[in-house]
Design a protein. Structure first.
Length: 276
């Protein structure tokens, strides 16, 4: 458990200004105005620390701890200059957005990468998310992108907030392990042309199956919103259009499922090349 000798400020009042501020940060407008966001959970905070993401303030509640590694995390945070606050159980329950909190919550600055900041990529493998509405789907796709070895995720014409607490949660901290960029159609279009990276889109209106298409070279997979799919402008631009086999009554998949299948097909083909 926590070290009683650590110099800590304990918060027991629900009216504490810091606690009120954390609750306000659930609103996107407040997060964007202040350019900060919340990271909750052990794995999420750990991945942020491992990625060197700066953490300004950290709030913990020993009554919620699930394991024995929390103390080490607190020591690292103190060493890095974060302000660390111990919270009573009622206080932590107020600032947590989880049903079963594990007693760890960080306040960190937002960081916005631009396309021009991406390092030169060898055989680029990108995921473009266009107009995604649900934070859970956005986070799930970040997690799949991390697993499949995607070089970067481009969030284009964003509807939901990359720094939504539910995006961070659904990504299980992979928001900090894969470069995430926010951009517009025109910027992405110009950049892909400059880099010579073809765009791939999934559509039922083609006979070309995803697993019968050579995806071993540079590729940018584009997927669209849950309600509307990929906008016509993006679909028309895609040099490669592929279909996912649909054997039942449904005519489409959840966007995060479709994206996962396409990403792992790229990985399968690249691994097959490595093994040949």
């Amino acid at each position: 458990m926590h070290d009683p000798h650590m110099s800590l400020t304990e918060i027991t009042s629900l009216q504490n200004p810091k606690i009120k501020h954390l609750v306000k940060l659930r609103k996107r407008r407040v997060r964007e105005d202040e350019q900060v966001f919340l990271i909750e959970g052990y794995r999420e905070c750990l991945r942020a620390l491992e990625a060197g993401w700066p953490i300004e303030e950290f709030f913990f509640c020993p009554d919620c701890f699930l394991g024995e590694n929390e103390t080490e995390m607190l020591e690292i945070l103190k060493e890095r200059g974060a302000d660390v606050f111990q919270c009573s159980l009622p206080v932590f329950q107020k600032i947590s957005y989880r049903d079963r909190p594990d007693g760890l919550l960080a306040l960190a600055p937002q960081h916005h990468l631009q396309l021009g900041e991406l390092a030169e990529l060898d055989n680029p493998f990108l995921l473009i998310l266009v107009g995604i509405e649900k934070p859970g789907n956005l986070g799930t796709m970040l997690r799949s992108a991390d697993g499949a070895g995607v070089d970067a995720v481009i969030v284009a014409d964003p509807v939901t907030d990359v720094f939504n607490p539910n995006t961070v949660r659904a990504s299980v901290g992979t928001l900090f392990t894969v470069p995430v960029l926010e951009s517009s159609y025109d910027e992405v279009d110009e950049w892909l042309q400059d880099q010579g990276i073809p765009m791939l889109a999934a559509t039922p209106h083609t006979d070309r199956l995803h697993n019968k298409t050579d995806l071993s070279g540079p590729v940018a997979i584009a997927v669209g919103s849950e309600m509307l799919g990929l906008p016509d402008q993006w679909m028309d631009r895609a040099e490669m259009k592929v279909a996912l086999p649909m054997c039942g009554a449904a005519d489409s998949l959840n966007v995060s499922t479709a994206a996962g299948i396409l990403m792992y097909e790229v990985l399968r083909q690249r691994m097959s090349e490595d093994l040949s």
